[in-house]
Design a binder for this molecule. Sequence first.
Ligand SMILES: Nc1nc2c(ncn2[C@@H]2O[C@H](COP(=O)(O)OP(=O)(O)OP(=O)(O)O)[C@@H](O)[C@H]2O)c(=O)[nH]1
Length: 299
Amino acid sequence: MMSLKSALSNADRWLQDASFSTTFLLALASVIAIGIPDYLFGVDISLFILYIVPVGIGTWYAGKHCGIFLAILSSTPLMMEQVNAHYFVNRQGLFFWNLFMHVCTLLVIVYLLDVLVVHLRNEAALARVDAVTGVFNRLGFFERLEFSVNLMARQQIGFGLVYIDLDDFKKINDKYGHDEGDRVLRLTASLLGKSVRHSDVAARLGGDEFALLLHGVDRHQAVILIEKLRVALHRAFQMERVAVTCSIGCVTFRSFIPDPHSAIKAADLLMYEVKRHGKNNVLVEEYEAMTAHSATKPQ
Ligand SMILES: Nc1nc2c(ncn2[C@@H]2O[C@H](COP(=O)(O)OP(=O)(O)OP(=O)(O)O)[C@@H](O)[C@H]2O)c(=O)[nH]1
């Protein structure tokens, strides 16, 4: 039997994927469904607490404006009950006080949930960004890669995965200090970010290792792109008087797209081939060709 926890987690996933209008209509229908018995029960029985659920869901998944609208709307049954009970004529103070308390309490909940959502979104975004360079970190890159792998497998669009490792970066740290090392990392990340299209992804996977995700490229295009990239990095490093080169491995995927981990492993393997053969070079292969040769077959 499905546990409550997994049912809630499924509902959460469903609501996250649902469009604004679906969530809004669902929350609106829930407010109406609570409002009808609330009105029928009259002023003696309050169903106020139940409104927190649709107003909260509306705020969380469809935004604060949706929450505010639902909070105000949910006061309608209370208003009608009180009119029926002649509060508006005989106990006007109580009439407005009850309405005020109903709406204000729900608006406070909307406000608090909205602050929490914004805070959590910022935290989630920060957790995916590398603190030194400002590009995606490993987690951010893997999420983008996962998305691209799924999308491209569906649409049969190829992509290139580039693994870049700076050569002898340790020497920079040792010779000029950590701050200079960080500056080189920032310079590299900035160049990588500038050299790819807006839809592509640049990331620092850790240490002196970077990765690029190039959408819609085949091996031939990747070779041209990466050679340009290597020259741009070389020139920028020379201009900044940084004695560093890089080893680059790139795998392109055409028909078969493996899981993200295998994809990145394949690019990493090519980068290590470059390192083994003297560094400061580029190796671009098609995944299909790599897997056909057992010597370079990814594990
Ligand atoms: N400045 C700085 N250095 C870092 C950071 N993260 C890791 N490193 C350093 O990066 C260096 C990576 O060294 P290695 O993996 O040996 O790489 P390498 O010296 O480039 O050697 P090869 O890869 O074989 O060319 C280590 O000295 C780490 O201390 C960071 O955030 N900032």
